[in-house]
Design a protein around this ligand. Structure first.
Ligand code: FES
Length: 87
């Protein structure tokens, strides 16, 4: 079984789901498609990550990201997935 280099785990707990993750899932899917990253990134849902008050929450490569919204999501994905040359 080959493993994709990146993993996004999006919180599908009821708090994050209603705060925006329901739509953010679709945005992530669109982003991956546009950037042709579907073979690079595993996208999966998870149960509540116990940070509901800071949600919506997701994890990108084991890094927990809080307060994700439709305004910062694209930059976040670009930074984490496209920009591997971090200093
Ligand atoms: S529902 Fe997402 S952290 Fe609780």
């Amino acid at each position: 079984m080959t493993q994709k280099p990146h993993t996004i785990v999006i919180c599908m707990g009821s708090s994050c789901f209603s705060r925006g993750n329901r739509n953010l899932v679709r945005m992530i899917q669109d982003f991956l498609k546009e950037q042709k990253l579907e073979d690079e990134v595993t996208l999966k849902g998870a149960h509540c990550m116990s940070k509901c008050d800071k949600g919506p929450v997701m994890k990108i490569n084991e890094e927990v990201i809080i307060n994700v919204n439709d305004e910062n999501l694209t930059d976040l994905l670009a930074e984490k997935l496209l920009n591997s040359s971090s200093s």
